[in-house]
Design a protein around this ligand. Structure first.
Ligand code: GTP
Ligand code: MG
Length: 321
């Protein structure tokens, strides 16, 4: 699989956007929250990063679920995800990453998983990975969270972000080796969970393929006239005179006395004569022929491209209503 799609879910300020910045290794790629407790991300946004081995990871960052400004409803989160995925006609999300901070007091994952279930259906929990962010506050809380994950049968990973230390205001960049290991174990969990198929997008994709095939079939075959020359072999006959020999029987008077006695002697001589003979020469001549050739139809991708533009635009318009 060359591409992974993940959606980030979780309360405000748990470090979703910091996760994006950490993974792409750019401090200010996306704006993260400060120390004032304000929710930061207002829109679903897409970020693509190249993983080692040439794989692509597409991350859909979302506004916090318990947003201090309540910017997106649950339905809107689904709509926005479908909106983003429709551009590339991606029909599935490889995992929903459900964020939980090890630093805060509340446990939000049950509520967030319930919200996800309401929005995406009960099977969505099979596609969830819990991401436990920030440095653990107490062993008890960590143990508690891991227990809940195990009860809910949702795998969990620890994840630390590059971040600004709230007390000192000092930028703390994650060690590259640690980051690589973190990414590795996260990818392992993502691959272990079930893909979440979005039926609306599958229907859109099927619809585009069917329509593209229909248009291709409906297009009349076109022909082009082709001239070509071929060599036609034939035999050319030539009649000519040839000299041949044949035996001829002659006679003559036998000796001196023969004439008197009326005696003759026969003998054979070879005599030339002229005969006619037909011989054949192999010849060839060029002949020009015309032929109607069916022009091959354009590849299906050509039609998919056209239909995709129309249908995706219509799909997006419908989502925005
Ligand atoms: N100590 C520590 N702080 C972190 C870590 N990750 C993020 N933070 C801080 O947590 C705060 C919130 O981070 P964001 O990345 O904006 O959180 P968010 O989940 O995107 O928040 P919303 O966009 O409001 O939903 C910021 O002040 C970060 O610096 C971490 O691993 N450790
Ligand atoms: Mg954010």
């Amino acid at each position: 699989m060359m591409e992974l799609n993940v959606m980030l879910i979780g309360d405000t300020r748990v470090g979703k956007t910091s996760f994006v910045n950490t993974i792409v290794n750019r401090r200010d790629w996306k704006r993260v929250g400060g120390d004032n407790g304000e929710s930061t991300t207002a829109e679903v946004s897409e970020c693509t990063t190249q993983l080692s081995g040439g794989k692509k990871l597409n991350i859909y960052d979302t506004p916090g679920m318990n947003d201090s400004r309540l910017r997106l409803s649950n339905k809107e989160i689904r709509t926005k995800l479908e909106y983003h995925l429709s551009t590339s006609l991606t029909t599935a999300v490889d995992a929903f990453l459900v964020f939980e901070s090890l630093r805060s007091e509340a446990i939000t994952m049950r509520r967030n998983l319930a919200t996800l279930t309401q929005t995406f259906g009960p099977q969505v929990t099979q596609s969830c990975v819990v991401v436990l962010t920030k440095e653990p506050q107490s062993e008890g809380r960590t143990r508690n969270l891991l227990q809940i994950c195990s009860d809910l049968k949702v795998p969990a990973v620890f994840w630390e972000n590059s971040h600004v230390e709230p007390d000192s205001g000092v930028w703390k960049s994650l060690d590259p080796k640690k980051l690589t290991l973190q990414i590795e174990s996260l990818l392992t969990k993502i691959r272990a969970v079930k893909k979440y198929e979005l039926t609306n997008l599958q229907a859109l994709k099927n619809d585009i393929n069917a329509e593209a095939n229909r248009r291709r079939d409906a297009e009349a075959t076109q022909y082009e006239t082709k001239n070509y020359t071929i060599q036609v072999p034939y035999m050319e006959a030539e009649v000519r005179n040839v000299t041949k020999q044949r035996p001829v029987v002659k006679d003559k008077w036998a000796g001196g006395m023969g004439k008197m006695l009326g005696q003759k002697k026969t003998y054979v001589v070879m005599e030339n004569y002229t005969d006619q003979e037909t011989i054949y020469h192999e010849r060839s001549r060029e002949e020009t022929k015309t032929h109607q050739v069916a022009i091959p139809k354009r590849p299906i991708e050509f039609y998919i491209d056209i239909v995709k533009k129309e249908r995706v635009a219509a799909f997006k318009r419908q989502l925005m209503q």
